[in-house]
Design a protein around this ligand. Structure first.
Ligand SMILES: Cc1ncc(COP(=O)(O)O)c(C=O)c1O
Length: 392
């Protein structure tokens, strides 16, 4: 059988951090040790029954068995507009300001390809969700990560961006609540970002993947689009994966500046095609769930965060308690690199975490721990980690 070489583009891509971790987990699991995986970002909770029921009804409707429209059903785009109005007080034009697709990953990769010119910079943060770096590469662009610092609560300082980078920038891409640091956006952060993109005349993309998961119950993370003029300069990506426990369903949307949405939609018709009509109907059911019910879906992460923070405190692990997303970003103890601590936890405690440097060089010195494992596994993992006496 001939062994074909991959394209230069694929050769340049690093292995996806999470596919590498999945392989590692499988290796350890097959050597018959009970591995507890705290590296993953899948909610591991059932999708709300009303959404599953909507899919069941929609799946048997013949209208959903044809090719769907490239633009998504009008009722779905209306539901998205209502959802943004209800949650964030933001008005959107369902025709021109909304695009739908198979999960945020599609837009995270697709928006840079739709907007960047070869050689331009995609500016984001360091550390960041790893796909932003490969998205720049796939767009033939260069990546610049604004270094994030715990002393600034991981808020980017736009005045640090070198002038050469800013002058040649084609896109600013942010993500708050921030994966992996858990930092939450302040209105000052978004206003600074908007001032930066206006000054350099570049578009802004905000990946709002953890829109529903602040640092405690009742804290609603800030939407970029709720800031003045934001929908003129930017687009926000939203996913149903985390908010509505629908990771396997692959549904997301982007909303904001009409020219950015149009460029992305054009690329989308060529690269990714359409979303199954029944998934669109189920997405409408999810977006129409009462806000209170939505909050209950993610309440479990707040309870777990509290318990994990208490357990880490008992180990004398110094952790910033005000973190959103369903991860915790933990500094490694003295004497360990992120990789060394990850291996120590893996081989001595059979607990898999994500090493910070997998999110960029700025993640060195940290590990990311997920709150998506069930309560028993989380408790057992913490017991095993405590036994290692990392801080005594
Ligand atoms: C910051 C961030 N953006 C995007 C995604 C992808 O989300 P989706 O499931 O909608 O593809 C994730 C998933 O973990 C994420 O953490």
């Amino acid at each position: 059988m001939p062994d074909f070489s991959a394209s230069p583009l694929v050769e340049q891509l690093e292995e996806n951090l999470f596919s590498a971790l999945e392989k590692l987990a499988a290796q350890i699991a097959s050597s018959e040790r009970t591995l507890i995986d705290l590296s993953s970002g899948s909610p591991h909770q059932p999708t709300p029954p009303a959404v599953v029921a909507a899919l069941q009804v929609a799946a048997v409707q013949p209208g959903n068995h044809d090719y769907p429209s490239f633009w998504g059903k009008p009722a779905l785009r209306e539901a998205i507009a209502h959802f943004y109005q209800r949650q964030y007080g933001v008005r959107l034009d369902p025709e021109r300001e909304i695009a739908v697709f198979h999960g945020a990953h599609i837009a995270v990769g697709g928006l840079p390809r739709a907007l960047l010119h070869p050689g331009q910079y995609l500016i984001s943060t360091d550390p960041c969700y790893p796909v932003y770096r490969s998205a720049a590469l796939q767009a033939q662009a260069r990546f610049y990560g604004i270094p994030l610092d715990a002393a600034r609560q991981f808020q980017p300082d736009f005045s640090c961006v070198p002038e050469e980078v800013a002058r040649n920038a084609g896109l600013l891409m942010l993500n708050y609540p921030h994966n992996p640091t858990g930092a939450l956006a302040t209105s000052a952060l978004f206003d600074d970002a908007l001032a930066f993109v206006k000054h350099w005349h570049i578009p802004l993309v905000h990946d709002f993947a953890y829109a529903a998961i602040g640092s405690h119950a009742g804290e609603q993370p800030l939407s970029l689009l709720s800031r003045p003029e934001a929908s003129e300069w930017g687009v926000e990506i939203y996913t149903l994966s985390k908010t509505f426990l629908m990771a396997g369903w692959r549904f997301g949307f982007a909303a904001g500046n009409a020219s950015m949405i149009a460029a992305f939609k054009k690329l989308h018709t060529h690269s990714y095609s359409t979303v199954f009509g029944a998934v669109q109907d189920a997405a409408i059911a999810a977006l129409q769930l009462p806000a209170q019910e939505m909050a209950q879906l993610v309440a479990v992460y707040h309870q777990r965060r509290r318990r994990v923070l208490d357990a880490l405190d008992a180990m004398h692990w110094p952790v910033e308690p005000h973190q959103g997303t369903f991860f915790l970003w933990l500094p490694v103890p003295a004497g360990f690199s992120a990789q060394q601590l990850t291996e120590h936890l893996l081989y001595q405690a059979q607990v898999l975490v994500a090493p910070g440097h997998g999110f960029g060089p700025g993640g060195e010195g940290y590990i990311r721990l997920s709150l998506t494992a069930d309560d028993d596994n989380l408790a057992e993992a913490l017991k095993r980690i405590a036994a290692l006496k990392l801080f005594s």
